[in-house]
Design a protein around this ligand. Structure first.
Ligand SMILES: NC(=O)c1ccc[n+]([C@@H]2O[C@H](COP(=O)([O-])OP(=O)(O)OC[C@H]3O[C@@H](n4cnc5c(N)ncnc54)[C@H](O)[C@@H]3O)[C@@H](O)[C@H]2O)c1
Length: 387
């Protein structure tokens, strides 16, 4: 059986490689020509992804063939789509990339094919928009083809092991689609569960993000209260946590492509329906987490005032600019936002991050600073100061 994976990015390529490693022939479709060429030469375009080098080296250009042409996937029986869903400034999803990908799949779709969406989407998307794009382009009706959702739950850097160990779920837009998608996925995903519908599968992924965001907001709020009351938050947290209480760690906020984005799918939908109070906790959590940048900026300024120099001459180094420790990504990075805020205030702020070269830091319009040359160092991940 031939399986097409549409989108060979950070999420799609590890999945395509794991499918190839399970014995299937995979046609990977990606509009990025250069990326396809690299993969076909056995070169891994995501070197930081553990275990991917070996799989691309073994299958690239052989059992896993990458192509920019959808037409090359015409012979496939199943299509797995994992292209990005962009979010505009009002936090509304922009479906253009998904629409283009699904309309292209629709053009080569045949009777009895199965299509599975993996991109995280607002509830209802698979059975409404996705289904109608496929029907319009293929001239087929659901029942002639099958459609399901199986949200990607990987973590950058550990995608291969997550696909092999972490529970993955799948749900169909109808009973038969769910069953067929489950039967296919269990051939390459060992820890697979079937849920009752694609709508449940969509919701599972979103509420996981909301849970994390709300709990980080609670940790941030409790941390600020503890500081005000001169209580060691970390000591208190250690003794408060047990099987039924899991207080998260405080932070400079929540960054990345996922957790700060997904709660908006629910907030916007509830507000569109005029149920303003239904998503109030999630809206407030978003605000608390985003405002942590202002809180830490104030703390850093207060600390800088203790240095025996005029404030404008204190050299402040922020350690860590990525959105998550150990991941070279800056999308919605609160650490980056903190550095920019302090620089805008006219302070002598520089940044250091062991994942970035001096040139890379300067290309972000930030000043590079070696922590050894600073008067004050703030570690953005463990939230500690050193002088
Ligand atoms: N990366 C993660 O850690 C992660 C985790 C969980 C979920 N996801 C989900 O996966 C989705 C994709 O994320 P990603 O990290 O792989 O993005 P990415 O930007 O790394 O990759 C997307 C790929 O899709 C390709 N592409 C764009 N338009 C296309 C089209 N019309 N046809 C074919 N290919 C096209 C791009 O060239 C790119 O290679 C996200 O929107 C999210 O829902 C990602």
């Amino acid at each position: 059986m031939k399986i097409a994976v549409i989108g060979l990015g950070n999420a799609g390529l590890p999945l395509a490689s794991v499918i190839a490693d399970s014995g299937f022939e995979v046609i990977g479709v990606d509009i990025d020509d250069e990326r396809c060429e690299k993969i076909n030469r056995g070169i891994n375009p995501i070197p930081e992804e553990t275990g991917l080098d070996e799989l691309i080296g073994r299958y690239g250009g052989k059992r896993l063939v990458a192509t920019p042409r959808y037409e090359d996937a015409r012979g496939c029986e199943s299509f797995i789509v994992i292209v990005p869903l962009l979010i505009d400034e009002g936090h509304n999803p922009d479906f253009r990339i998904l629409e283009e990908a699904f309309r292209s799949v629709g053009k080569i779709l045949k009777k009895d094919n199965l299509v599975v969406l993996e991109t995280t989407v607002p509830p209802n998307t698979t059975e409404s928009m996705i289904q109608s794009w496929l029907e319009e382009e293929s001239g087929l009706q659901l029942g002639d083809f099958y459609l399901a959702h199986s949200p990607e739950r990987i973590m950058t850097g550990y995608s291969i092991s997550r696909l092999r160990e972490f529970p993955k779920i799948v749900g169909g837009v109808d009973e038969e689609s769910g069953r067929l998608a489950f039967d296919l996925y269990r051939k390459f995903i060992p820890n697979l569960k079937k849920v009752s519908s694609s709508r449940v599968a969509e919701f599972v992924k979103i509420i996981e993000g909301s849970y994390r965001d709300v709990n980080v907001a609670l940790a941030n709020e409790l941390f600020k209260i503890a500081e005000e009351l001169e209580i060691d938050f970390h000591e208190a947290r250690e003794y408060a946590n047990h099987d039924y209480c899991h207080i998260h760690l405080p932070s400079t906020g929540v960054g990345g492509h996922c957790i700060p984005v997904y709660p908006w799918f629910l907030i916007n939908e509830m507000e569109k329906r005029e149920w303003f109070s239904f998503a109030e906790l999630q809206r407030t959590s978003r605000k608390i987490n985003d405002e942590m940048v202002g809180y830490w900026a104030e703390r850093i300024v207060l600390k800088a005032l203790d240095v025996d120099k005029p404030l404008g001459r204190v050299k402040i180094c922020l350690k860590g600019i990525t959105y998550r420790d150990g991941v070279k990504g800056i999308y919605h990075s609160r650490n980056l936002a903190l550095a920019r805020l302090l620089a805008r205030k006219g302070l002598q702020v520089g940044v250091y991050d062991e994942l970035f070269t001096q040139g890379e830091i300067e290309s972000l319009s930030l000043r590079f600073m070696d922590p050894d040359d600073a008067d004050l160092v703030f570690d953005c991940f463990d939230l500690r100061f050193s002088v």
